[in-house]
Ligand binder design. Structure first.
Ligand code: NAD
Ligand code: ZN
Length: 236
């Protein structure tokens, strides 16, 4: 049974109205990464960092999954082998579409983390520097997202999945943020067939065996239909 490992990036949520890094006029063009998405920024001005993530949390909570998220949930339900979704996204749109076991390597907007004791809990829609940790009481609450300069979560588990993959797909990711940019190479070394689904060639496009160029909402359902083809016919 083929094991399929999928990496998703900001591009899969673009058509749900959540901007990618590069979108002109998007949140990232108004806020420099150094000011809102690093541990140094949080140490300097926690209120500003909270304001930025509060705005993103509200926006993400109001967003709907699109046809690409839905197609991946169908693939998980219909593929006879394992389908693992690893996402760089901090939104919850895979779960909203019905996907399960999603590995959030960059954390989740919907969760809060105490920098003092490590406790995690469901984030209130609005966080502030004066919030007290429900466990230890410290006023050191932060969004449970991985900032630039921090270690992504669950990397050992992800590398294990890549080592066992028969198919690897990267969807809507620029290939400019590491270590995710190296996943295709890891999977290819393990013998997986690597597919890039993105409107343009990513920074690591040459690591893939196949490219499907276009928007996620069109290309992902088509790819999933190809994968489920036989099984889909049988269930008719
Ligand atoms: P990126 O912004 O660097 O790249 C996005 C990629 O998506 C680009 O290659 C672009 O060509 C592609 N794209 C744009 N529109 C698309 C569409 N309709 N369909 C398919 N692809 C499309 O994003 P990244 O590679 O994920 O790296 C970025 C970092 O940004 C991650 O750390 C992530 O945590 C963070 N981020 C997350 C969100 C989110 O959670 N929704 C949004 C913005 C940024
Ligand atoms: Zn605490």
């Amino acid at each position: 049974m083929e094991k399929i490992v999928i990496l998703t990036g900001a591009g899969i949520s673009a058509e749900s109205g959540l901007g990618t890094f590069r979108d002109a006029g998007g949140i990232w063009s108004e806020n420099r990464i150094e000011d809102v998405a690093t541990p140094e920024a949080f140490a300097r001005d926690a209120a500003r960092v909270h304001r930025f993530y509060n705005a993103r949390r509200v926006q993400a909570a109001a967003a709907e999954p699109n046809a690409a998220h839905a197609a991946l949930a169908r693939l998980q339900a219909g593929h006879p082998g394992e389908v693992v979704i690893v996402t760089q996204n901090v939104d919850g749109l895979h779960e909203a579409a019905g996907s399960r076991g999603v590995i959030h390597m960059h954390g989740e907007l919907a969760r809060a983390l105490c920098a003092a004791c490590g406790l995690r809990w469901d984030a209130a829609p609005e966080m502030s520097p004066s919030d007290a940790c429900p466990g230890c009481g410290a006023r050191a609450c932060r969004p449970d997202v991985v900032w630039f300069g921090e270690m992504p979560y669950r990397m050992e588990e992800v590398l294990d999945h890549l080592a066992g993959a028969d198919v690897f797909a990267a969807i809507g990711t620029s290939g400019e943020v590491w270590p995710a940019a190296g996943f295709a190479q890891e999977a290819a070394l393990a013998g997986a067939h690597c597919v890039e689904i993105n409107p343009e060639a990513s920074a690591v496009a040459s690591d893939f065996h196949e490219a499907r160029r276009g928007r996620a909402s069109e290309m992902v359902p088509a790819w999933v239909a190809d994968l489920l083809g036989g099984a889909g016919d049988q269930s008719l």
